[in-house]
Write a protein that binds this ligand. Structure first.
Ligand code: GLA
Length: 395
């Protein structure tokens, strides 16, 4: 929805004038490469999108929060003195979880009327939840700082960390930091080369020459909480423990190089754990190679690494599934596709492909037709524009 229209909708729902309205926004992300490495202390390479959550809001003085989404009926009401009691309420849980976490970190949460508008598709693996969390965190932290006379701007890395904690405690998903970090820190025209162990990062210009990034939505919703995400995390922890018998100084799987892993692979006594570990260590190496390839303009090499990433996520990490694999298989049949892979947690959601400009139309037509014929689901496509991380939109 256009901003002007959103503001009109806000006043028609909540009344009042337009003078004291504030607007905050934070984007979803596409991860170009580096999947399931973040919670293993590894590297990732996401880019913030121009798909985002926008919050139109106004403060209230009575300690009441009223939350509304543009695409849902009903208003969720909450009391700011009882923020620890809204777990499991359904829509509104991310917002109230973030508000609660912020209060634990010393921020003052005020009452407010808030209208949420999402352009990130829900359940599509493009971090719609991180977009809601980070925009909410930014909004409340900005207001709290103002109230307390703190003039420095909001610490966006802290917002990412607080949002991640809210996801752990409120949504029960033991996610890594990638999504919230990308939503908080992204920059238009760039991807973020992030080391998730120490949060060192570099913004890398996303110069793809004669190519575009296409996101293909399988339209099979992934249910992150219900999926095998936490199970994979546990499998990785088991793999690390076994390898620590020979390498006690390694504190996460991504501390281990491919050569070190090869030398000690025999310590892992079951095939499933071995496959998970092989993916994580190989994927971490692929991220570094991919960023290097991009820096010298070798988009073909970048694409080949994306292909290898998908194959590893399919065979070793086993988080793809029929829809994602079909989308990737169909994309690989098109001339001018340099690389294609699932993006995000997996088990449904989206793929990301690097496609030559002159193949974009054929890609959308052919992959769309063939994917639908194979799965019975109509997919959707976005020729991706990158966007900025969380910020207040000044009216
Ligand atoms: C989800 C999580 C991230 C990351 C990816 C997989 O998006 O929120 O932290 O683990 O899955 O790379």
């Amino acid at each position: 929805m256009e901003l002007k229209q959103l503001i009109d909708e806000f006043t028609s729902i909540f009344g009042g004038s337009k003078d004291d309205i504030r607007v905050f926004a934070s984007p979803g992300r596409v991860n170009l490469i580096g999947e399931h490495t973040d919670y293993n202390g590894g590297c990732v390479f996401p880019a913030a999108l121009d798909l985002k959550t926008t919050i139109v809001m106004r403060k209230r003085d009575d300690g009441v929060l009223r939350l509304k989404a543009t695409d849902l009926d009903g208003i969720v009401e909450a009391d700011i003195t009882m923020l620890d009691s809204y777990k499991g309420i359904g829509w509104g849980e991310y917002q109230l979880g973030v508000a609660y976490m912020l209060s634990r970190f010393g921020y003052d949460i005020c009452g407010a009327d808030m209208l949420y508008d999402d352009t990130v598709p829900h359940g599509g693996g493009l971090s719609s939840s991180a977009a809601i969390e980070v925009s909410t965190a930014l909004c409340f932290a900005t207001l709290s700082n103002e109230k307390n006379g703190i003039t420095k701007s909001v610490d966006m890395i802290q917002m990412a960390k607080i949002s991640q904690l809210a996801e752990h405690e409120y949504a029960g998903v033991n996610c890594g930091i990638m999504d919230q970090f990308a939503s908080a820190m992204g920059k238009r025209g760039h991807a973020i080369f992030l080391n998730c162990k120490n949060l060192d990062y570099k913004l890398v210009p996303l110069e793809l020459g004669e190519c575009k990034i296409i996101i293909s939505n399988t339209c099979k919703k992934h249910a992150l909480g219900a999926s095998k995400y936490n199970e994979r995390r546990n499998e990785c922890e088991r793999g690390l423990e076994l390898l620590q018998a020979a390498m006690p100084q390694k504190t996460c799987l991504c501390d281990i190089t491919e050569a070190e892993y090869k030398a000690h692979a025999h310590l892992i006594d079951d095939e499933t754990t071995a496959k998970r570990v092989r993916h994580v260590i190989g994927e971490n190496a692929r991220v570094r190679s991919a960023v290097e390839a991009l820096s010298i303009g070798d988009i073909e090499a970048f694409g080949a690494l994306m292909n290898a990433s998908h194959d590893s996520l399919c065979h070793d990490y086993e988080v793809t599934g029929f829809e994602l694999d079909t989308m990737v298989d169909e994309a690989r049949k098109i001339d001018g596709v340099l690389g294609t892979r699932m993006t995000g947690a997996g088990f449904g959601g989206c793929t990301v492909s690097i496609v030559k400009n002159d193949a974009v139309r054929t890609f959308i037509a052919e992959v769309g037709k063939n994917y639908e014929a194979a799965t019975g689901i109509k997919p959707s496509f976005y020729v991706t524009e990158t966007g900025d991380g969380g910020k207040e939109i000044k009216l």
